[in-house]
Design a protein around this ligand. Sequence first.
Ligand code: PEP
Length: 259
Amino acid sequence: MKNKLIAANWKMNLSAVQSAELFKQCASLAQTVPSDLIICPPATYLQMGNSMLESSGVHLGAQNVNQNLAGAYTGELSASMLKDCGCAFVIIGHSERRTQFNESDEIIAAKVKAAIENSLTPILCIGESENQRTLGLTNSFLTYQIDSALSLVDKTQMKNLVIAYEPIWAIGTNKTPSIAQIQQTMTTIVKHMYKKYGENFTDSSVHMLYGGSVSDTNCQAILSLDVVDGCLVGGASLNFEKFEKICQASVKPSLVAAK
Ligand code: PEP
């Protein structure tokens, strides 16, 4: 059975001093929880994270990557640069980048390819709008997003992938789908992945995360779902006490009791 995976997306938040404190707290937290942790700080703090998280077992992730290998792309970072900073993961297709930075499905597919070819594991974000959910288009939209994002990578390259199901309307809003809706939607995604990748999916370390207003109060119910391998946490990951509770909730109740 896979460990639960808790990924923190700090977005464009925190000073250097605050980041250092949070890196330190997360490094020691990792020694007490059996879940795998990924911290995705702003790019300017990646180097700091790389040295402060060293030998803690906490993985480092970037929040974005350019789809090109190198060249005249002012302000951008390549996959190999992120590797040089110690990143193992990169968030791709976050709804904030899709909407605020006009990232098209084609760009996202190229970013996934660039990440995989440079041994970075993509944390591929997919999610429907509130309107799409109301119209009953959730499942077809999500499977379309997956097919499109993975269209440039070969089946055999699909060894390491994280898919984060993040309904757009749940991000930063304190609104979440019901537990039954999360179960139903994520089961659809898993079935689609099985159909698409067969054994490559089952044998590989594909993790399915839920993201969108995960908090210290709803995490237990969400993480108790078998179909949920972990969470992508935005706002609550900036507050260590809340983040700690989320990471502790990923421990099976029997293990908590035995501690
Ligand atoms: C996110 O942006 O990936 C996210 C899940 O944010 P929040 O937890 O704040 O809703």
